[in-house]
Design a protein around this ligand. Structure first.
Ligand code: AP5
Ligand code: MG
Length: 190
């Protein structure tokens, strides 16, 4: 299996690059943000509970998101591999993911961190907010999402660095240029 963590702050292009990676490498896409928004669209208890937290730009509990990922891995045991997008977001989630994969004798192959500075993130997300109306793409929530990333999520980068698995990619430029750099990293470990 090729198991890729696509890492980066809100608006860095995780979802955008995931689509292109899936097209080329046929991996199963696991985005905890997309799963939570799907729950909300279906008005499940979980979705309604998560909405309040997501609207503030805070993190949903580790227990909930780890449970979601556990179910998805189990349901896709025969996949070529997974792209984890927006997960893990805390060191506890990263440790839980290692343990989950270990149950299948699998591991994370590599982590790609999309490097984009704050000003560009805000610009992209405000634009998307105007275009699509995604509820958490407003200035106040965007600022908090970035702060939460810096405080709670950035240590995950160190976690993968210490395992020698973190690869930093410049996330500024055209979507295709960035994808070429991402694909180069994947080719090196494939
Ligand atoms: P989540 O859905 O994961 O959102 P996020 O991390 O804030 O990131 P985005 O999805 O906004 O950005 P992205 O990096 O995917 O960029 P994209 O490709 O869309 O999480 C939402 C919420 O759910 C969290 O705040 C939290 O509450 C909860 N949650 C989710 N996972 C969780 C977890 N594991 N633990 C706890 N809570 C969790 O691109 C952004 C925009 O930029 C798009 O409009 C795109 O078209 C554009 N763009 C992309 N690339 C480029 C480029 N190269 N140049 C110009 N524009 C570009
Ligand atoms: Mg996304």
């Amino acid at each position: 299996m090729l198991n890729l963590v696509l890492f980066g702050p809100p608006g860095s292009g995780k979802g955008t690059q995931s689509e292109k990676i899936i097209e080329k490498y046929g991996l199963v896409h696991l985005s905890t943000g997309d799963i939570l928004r799907g729950e909300l669209a279906n008005k499940t208890e979980l979705g309604l509970k998560a909405k309040e937290i997501m609207d503030k730009g805070e993190l949903v509990s580790d227990e909930i998101v780890i449970g979601m990922i556990r179910n998805k891995i189990k349901a896709n045991k025969d996949a070529n591999g997974f792209i984890f997008d927006g997960f893990p977001r805390t060191v506890a989630q990263a440790e839980a993911l290692d343990n989950l994969l270990d149950e299948y004798n699998e591991e994370i192959t590599l982590m790609i961190s999309l490097e984009v500075e704050r000003e560009e993130l805000v610009k992209r997300l405000l634009k998307r907010g105007e275009e699509t109306g995604r509820a958490d793409d407003n200035l106040e929530t965007i600022e908090n999402r970035i702060s939460v990333y810096e405080k709670q999520t950035s240590p995950v980068k160190e976690y993968y660095k210490s395992q020698g698995k973190a690869h930093l990619v410049d996330g500024i430029g055209s979507i295709d240029e960035i994808f070429d750099k991402v694909a180069d990293q994947i080719e090196m470990v494939k």
